[in-house]
Design a protein around this ligand. Structure first.
Ligand code: AMP
Ligand code: ZN
Length: 469
């Protein structure tokens, strides 16, 4: 199996630190609002990576944090007259609902930054003791970047270039730093902000130290995979490496995986640009499995543009798979029998070939786009080969292969009814609107469209009811 490692900028053979086990850390969201679909990309992508690794027989320990102390959370709390904790708790709960909708499995552990302050103070103290960090007179603690000769190895940035860039950017109030490159590990509290006592001042941790500490506590000093969106490469992950490697005296993560952006009109979807859709908004219009399928239709390192057309294409594609699954379910029936004909054996061999294709694609740096192409080949094969000529057992075996693949992608084959129901409800709403506008011709057309789909409408005093023919 090959994975692309940001550290070496190439695909490398994947060899875990310990045979059969994988320790994986994925940076989670800062919780001050509903998550947007850009945030959903790493969740879906790395959940799929996890599922595939498990399918390959690895035991995966998967840790993903919630950043629950941060300037944006505090700002939101002030705006609403709530506490920072109330804000973060609310949006953690909402985020978990969205994850469930997208079939993103809960992590083995979802640590919260505010619950790990002791560990952060301990790591900062070790860094000070070893000469890698220093407190300034106002109690801010900085990391001494120049002491870590390998700084820049992940983002492939050169210290001298960084230095000149930073000098130009230096802002007032940072005069306490020994060097413009140094970054904050601990900062003094401001009035009304959450704070914790520390040997340097009452204050709160910098963002980067959180992940170094939580990864160490829940996975150990050396981990296999560290992942997140590509905007985290610098400075967040570069700084995590500096902190962890200087504190622990050993390499931090073996493989660094980064997903490309989800864009809108070819610009990164982000809250600050205001060009975003929340997962909740998308859920009003689509089953979230469609969103998941859309995300996986591209390779995770390719930028992906979000558009209604692509979502429609994803919906149609997913429906093709779900319809084939429903067909197989009907064919296999309650009594599947126990014997396959010779021809069926031969055909199942052929079907196993699509599974191998799927695995080859996933073995090549988790190429879900090609893996989905293999699923479509299997669907086409099932549509042409599975019918009344064949035994129920044959249909069952094909269904098993299809399920094995869609499980890895985190797609449920049982979801067809729900997706179709949504479409029907939409058409009924359109018909009601047409009737209200006295456009009876359009209303009748919609009724006919529904009838073609096998849906019978009944107008009652309580409203419109429908049933399948
Ligand atoms: P944040 O809450 O901004 O720290 O983001 C949480 C995760 O979402 C990080 O891994 C980010 O890299 C990722 N992320 C944010 N915006 C996007 C986007 N437009 N496309 C892909 N990933 C994103
Ligand atoms: Zn992180």
């Amino acid at each position: 199996m090959k994975v692309y490692n940001t550290l070496s900028k190439q695909k490398e053979e994947f060899i875990p630190l310990k045979e059969g086990e994988i320790k994986m850390y994925v940076c989670g969201p800062t919780v001050y609002n509903l998550i947007h679909i850009g945030n959903a990309r790493p969740m879906i992508v790395f959940d799929t990576v996890r599922r595939y690794l498990e399918d390959r027989g690895y035991k995966v320990e998967y840790v993903s944090n919630f950043t629950d102390v941060d300037d944006k959370i505090i700002a939101k709390a002030v705006e609403e007259g709530a506490t920072a904790e109330e804000i973060s708790q609310r949006y953690i709960a909402e985020c978990k609902k969205d994850m469930e909708g997208m079939n993103v499995r809960p992590a083995t552990k979802h640590p919260l930054a505010t619950q790990e302050i002791d560990g952060m103070i301990e790591m900062i103290q070790t860094l000070i003791d070893k000469g890698y960090a220093y407190p300034s007179s106002d109690g801010t603690v900085y990391f001494r970047v120049k002491r870590f000769a390998q700084y820049g190895k992940l983002s492939h940035k050169n210290l001298d270039d960084l230095q000149s860039g930073f000098r130009a950017l230096q802002v007032s109030g940072e005069g306490q730093k020994e060097d413009p490159l140094d970054f904050v590990l601990w900062k003094p509290k401001k009035e009304g902000e959450p704070s914790w006592p520390s040997p340097w001042c009452d204050g709160r941790p910098g963002w980067h130290i959180e992940c170094s500490v939580m990864a160490k506590k829940y996975l150990g000093e050396e981990i296999d995979i560290h992942a997140g969106g590509e905007d985290l490469i610098f400075p967040h992950h570069e700084n995590e490496i500096a902190q962890s490697e200087c504190c622990n005296g050993r390499p931090f993560a073996k493989y660094w995986l980064h997903n490309a952006f989800l864009n809108i009109d070819n610009r990164k979807m982000s809250k600050s640009l205001g060009n975003f859709f929340t997962v909740r908004e998308v859920a009003d219009e689509y089953d979230l499995q469609v969103l998941r399928f859309f995300m996986l239709s591209a390779h995770y390192r390719s930028p992906l543009n979000f558009s209604r057309d692509l979502m429609t294409a994803a919906k149609n594609g997913l429906e093709r798979i779900l319809t084939a699954a429903e067909h197989l379910r009907q064919l296999k029936g309650p009594d599947t029998g126990t014997v396959l004909s010779e021809e069926e054996d031969r055909l199942l061999e052929q079907a196993a070939g699509f599974k191998r294709k799927f695995q080859e694609a996933m073995d090549d740096d988790f190429n879900t786009a090609d893996a989905i192409a293999a699923v479509f080949e299997l669907v086409k094969f099932a549509n042409t080969q599975a019918d009344e000529r064949r035994s129920g057992l044959f249909a069952e075996k094909l269904y098993e292969i299809l399920t094995a693949l869609t499980d890895i992608l985190g797609l449920s084959l049982e979801a067809k009814e729900e997706i179709l129901d949504q479409e029907i409800e939409d058409l009924i709403a359109q018909r009601q609107a047409a009737r209200k506008a006295k456009d009876f011709q359009k209303a009748d057309q919609i009724r006919d469209t529904l009838l073609e789909k096998g849906i019978i409408l009944k107008d009652t005093r309580e409203g419109v009811q429908w049933k399948r023919a």
